[in-house]
Design a protein around this ligand. Structure first.
Ligand code: AMP
Length: 308
């Protein structure tokens, strides 16, 4: 029951009201793999880096059980670089730079033993690359989850529409849902997007939680109200990694189990934002996670009687 993860492994430079970092390790697939590794050890990564990327970060992922045979290292080339600045509310950000570098002509090669993976997490990167990975699978995975962002909606909409058609679950944030559907209301946006291909849609709303749409049903998970949010970078990817990690580990793709996946994903994302970059997500104990999940339960539990 293995999980194949695709996405960027990158350097980020981040500015928040709490501080500024130089180039630090980031990338969608990095966050996804770390988050999923708390649930399953059968993870394989398909991505690309330059020889500027620190070897010890790859070794740390390998120690977590992440197979890196599908991670290409391009000698003499630079890793993907992204830089962003968060506004005061920490829910919105401006991209300052996106340097594709090794990603520009990346041709993903799925290792032979990963072509029958049961779960496929297509993290944020070029839609054509996401499609190339789907095409290489020998059998249709039981669940394909796709994450993307406004950058690809702006620059590669046709290719993105094609890949969206092929997946089971799409995860995007509220602004991206509006952009993709051209609808202001998230409920209307969801209805439209569910007609574009995916059977499930997750709309991430940052500190306002997440919504899971399926047919006429909707599930809402709040976000834990945190006193300090240092850096929201990677929260969406961590969320997706926790979600797919839980679903892959339990081998259960029912709507009810996806709801639990949403809670695990939200719990892990709440750790991610507590420190800059991947620092916090690299050190989450089982106790930390259980405690956080309990906080979610307490947050939304109440007694009410509708009898009289
Ligand atoms: P998130 O905050 O969950 O949206 O993800 C942030 C991560 O996505 C950062 O670590 C970046 O390296 C990565 N990222 C930013 N822009 C892109 C892009 N256009 N394609 C793929 N990954 C990106």
């Amino acid at each position: 029951m293995s999980l194949l993860v695709v996405g960027t492994v990158a350097f980020d430079a981040i500015e928040t009201p709490f501080g500024k970092t130089d180039r630090i390790v980031g990338g969608a697939a990095t966050y996804i793999s770390w988050a999923a590794s708390y649930f399953t050890k059968e993870i394989n990564l398909v991505s690309v880096i330059g020889d500027d990327f620190p070897k010890e970060e790859i070794e740390a992922l390998q120690k977590q059980g992440v197979g890196t045979e599908g991670l290409q290292v391009k000698t003499g080339q630079k890793s993907f670089f992204w830089s962003g600045k968060y506004h005061l509310d920490m829910n919105t950000r401006t991209t300052l730079a996106t340097e594709l570098n090794v990603l520009a002509d990346f041709d993903p090669v799925v290792p032979e033993q990963c072509k029958t993976s049961d779960f496929l997490m297509l993290g944020n990167l070029t839609p054509q690359v996401q499609m190339r990975v789907i095409e290489q699978m020998k059998k249709r995975p039981r669940l394909i989850v796709l994450d993307t962002m406004n950058f690809w909606m702006d620059t590669q909409r046709d290719a993105l529409d094609k890949v969206i058609k092929m997946v089971d679950v799409l995860t995007i944030n509220d602004e991206e849902a509006r952009q993709l559907s051209q609808e202001g209301s998230l409920v209307k946006a969801a209805r439209k997007i569910l007609k574009m291909g995916p059977r499930y849609l997750v709309i991430k709303k940052g500190e306002n939680g997440a919504l899971l749409f399926h047919e006429n049903e909707v599930f809402f998970a709040p976000a834990i109200p945190l006193e300090e949010v240092y850096d929201p970078t990677g929260a969406g990817d961590t969320f997706a990694g926790g979600f797919i990690g839980h679903v892959a580990a339990t081998k259960d793709i029912s709507f009810d189990n996806m709801k639990r996946g949403i809670i695990f994903g939200s719990a892990l994302a709440s750790f991610c934002v507590e420190k800059f970059g991947i620092e916090r997500i690299k050190n989450v104990s089982r106790e930390d996670l259980d405690e956080r999940v309990q906080e979610f339960i307490d947050l939304v539990q109440f007694d009410i009687s509708l009898e009289d």
